[in-house]
Design a protein around this ligand. Structure first.
Ligand SMILES: *Cc1c(COP(=O)(O)O)cnc(C)c1O
Ligand SMILES: [Zn+2]
Length: 427
C-alpha cells in the first residue's frame, strides 16, 4: 500500500482518500475491490478501506453542486465511467426556528433530503453503488427495498441505460410502488416483509451476475451515506453540530454520519469537538432501540408493524454498529409510537412548511421525546435528518389531514361555516 500524502491526525488512524481494498469490520482481513460483502474468514461485513489523501475546503467548494463534490472521499473502483447519473445531494439544511420555539429548544436544523431526485436520501447510496456497478461491468442492477431504494434504483438505472430488477414487500405504500414502476424495469413484489425480501435477494445474488446495490455492492452503497454528514458540516460553515438525530432502518446511515464527522475532523476540515449521535425508530419496529435500552450490543430480530415502512427492518445488519456509535458519542437510540410519528409529521409541516415522510416524523417525534426525557439539552445545536418526502406516505396522515369544511359554492355558506369554526378566533 502506498501512502500518497500523510495528513496530521489526532487519532493516527486516518483512512480517507482513494479506495484501495475491502476490509472486514470484524477481523480486519483485506480483499480486492470487487463485488463482495462478507468476510471469507469470519463472515463479518466488508467495508471500503482507503489510502490517505488530502482534500481542502476550497477543492470541495469548487466541486460539482452535488454529492460528487466529495468524490475524493468516496470509493470509486478503477474502470470506465461516463454514463449519466442523477447527481443527488447538496440538499437544503433548513434552520428550523419555529420548530425549536414550539419544542422549547434553541437551535435546530432540518437536513432535508426530500430534495433529492427521487425524494429520499437513497439517491446518494445508489449513486455510489451504481458508479461502481458499471465500472465492475454489471449491466443489471438490483436491490431489496423498503420503498425508497426501489425508487432510487429504478430511476438511476433508467438514466444510466442499465436494466433494473427491484424487489419489495407487496404491502408497500402506493406512493412507492407507482413511483418505482414509472421508471420501467422489473418490479418484483414479494408476499412477505422486508427481511423475507432481503433473504431472497441474497439467494438471487448468489445465482445471478447482477449488481445488488445493498447486497454484493453494499460496501460501496454504504459509503454514499457519508455525504449527508459531509454536507451538514459544510453547510453549518465547516463545523460540527452538538447532536444529530438519524432514523434507523438497517442502521447504516447513522453509522456513516458519524464516520463522515470523524473523517472531516481527521482531515482538518472541521475543528475537533464532541458531538452526539442519536437514532430514531418506530416502536412497531425498534430492535435497535430495544437493544440500546437493554444495554445489549446485539439486536434481537422483530416482526415489523408500523406505518414507518421505510424503517421496517426487523433484523438490522448494522444494528450493532449503530449501538456502538450512539454509546461512544454519548447519544441514545429511542423509539416513538405511530401516533407520535403522525404528530411529528404534522408538527414539522405546521412549523416549518416541510412535509416529511414517516421516517422524518419518527425523527421529529423522537427529538421531542428526548427533550422531554432530558436526554438532549434544549440548548444543544441539533440537526434532524428528514430522509424522505411526505408525498410518498400520504396514507399515514390522510385520516387526520382533510378539508376543514366542505360547503356549497355560496358566500353565505362559507360565512356561516367559517364563523362556526372560528368563534372567538381571528376574523
Ligand atoms: C432507508 C431509509 C432510512 C435508513 O436507512 P438505513 O438502512 O438505516 O441506512 C431512513 N429513512 C428513509 C426514508 C429511508 O428510506
Ligand atoms: Zn473477518
Amino acid at each position: 500500500m502506498s501512502i500518497s500524502t500523510v495528513v496530521p491526525s489526532s487519532t493516527g488512524a486516518a483512512s480517507i482518500g482513494s479506495a484501495h481494498a475491502l476490509k472486514c469490520r470484524e477481523c480486519g482481513a483485506h480483499y480486492p475491490l470487487d463485488a463482495s460483502y462478507a468476510c471469507l474468514e469470519c463472515f463479518g461485513p466488508l467495508e471500503v478501506a482507503y489510502e490517505r489523501s488530502t482534500v481542502t475546503r476550497e477543492q470541495i467548494e469548487s466541486g460539482p453542486q452535488s454529492m460528487w463534490r466529495y468524490e475524493a472521499l468516496l470509493p470509486v473502483v478503477p474502470g470506465a465511467a461516463g454514463r449519466p447519473g442523477l447527481n443527488p445531494g447538496l440538499t437544503k439544511l433548513v434552520r428550523a426556528d419555529n420548530l425549536a420555539a414550539a419544542l422549547g429548544a434553541k437551535a435546530v436544523w432540518v437536513k432535508d433530503d426530500s430534495g433529492n431526485p427521487t425524494h429520499s436520501f437513497k439517491d446518494r447510496v445508489v449513486a455510489v453503488a451504481l458508479e461502481n456497478a458499471r465500472r465492475l461491468g454489471y449491466e443489471t442492477i438490483a436491490c431489496a427495498s423498503t420503498g425508497n431504494l426501489a425508487n432510487a434504483v429504478a430511476a438511476a438505472a433508467a438514466r444510466a441505460g442499465l436494466t433494473s430488477v427491484v424487489f419489495v414487500p407487496s404491502n408497500l405504500e402506493a406512493g412507492k410502488i407507482v413511483t418505482t414502476a414509472v421508471y420501467g424495469g422489473t418490479l418484483v413484489a414479494i408476499d412477505g416483509n422486508y427481511d423475507d425480501v432481503n433473504r431472497l435477494c441474497t439467494e438471487v445474488a448468489a445465482q445471478r451476475d447482477w449488481g445488488f446495490v445493498n447486497v454484493n455492492l453494499r460496501p460501496y452503497y454504504a459509503e454514499g451515506s457519508k455525504t449527508v454528514g459531509y454536507e451538514i458540516a459544510e453547510q453549518l460553515g465547516w463545523r460540527l453540530p452538538d447532536a444529530v438525530i438519524s432514523p434507523v432502518a438497517s442502521g447504516s446511515l447513522l453509522t456513516k454520519v458519524d464516520k463522515a464527522f470523524r473523517e472531516f475532523t481527521e482531515l482538518g476540515l472541521v475543528a475537533e469537538r464532541p458531538y452526539r449521535v442519536f437514532g430514531a425508530q418506530a416502536t412497531g419496529c425498534s430492535p435497535v432501540s430495544q437493544a440500546f435500552r437493554a444495554g445489549q450490543d446485539f439486536c434481537t430480530p422483530v416482526k415489523p408493524n408500523t406505518i414507518a415502512k421505510s424503517l421496517a427492518i426487523g433484523n438490522p445488519a448494522d444494528g450493532p454498529y449503530a449501538l456502538d456509535v450512539a454509546r461512544r458519542t454519548g447519544g441514545a437510540i429511542a423509539d416513538v409510537t405511530d401516533d407520535e410519528v403522525v404528530e411529528g409529521i404534522t408538527l414539522l409541516a405546521r412549523t416549518e412548511g416541510i412535509f416529511a415522510e414517516t421516517a422524518g416524523g419518527v425523527v421529529v417525534a423522537t427529538y421531542r421525546k428526548l427533550l422531554r426525557e432530558g436526554l438532549i439539552d434544549p440548548d444543544a445545536e441539533v440537526v434532524l435528518l428528514n430522509t424522505g418526502d411526505g408525498l410518498k406516505t400520504l396514507d399515514a396522515v390522510a385520516p387526520t389531514c382533510q378539508p376543514t369544511m366542505t360547503i356549497t359554492p355560496s358566500y353565505a355558506a362559507f360565512d356561516a361555516a367559517y364563523d362556526a369554526i372560528n368563534i372567538g378566533g381571528a376574523a
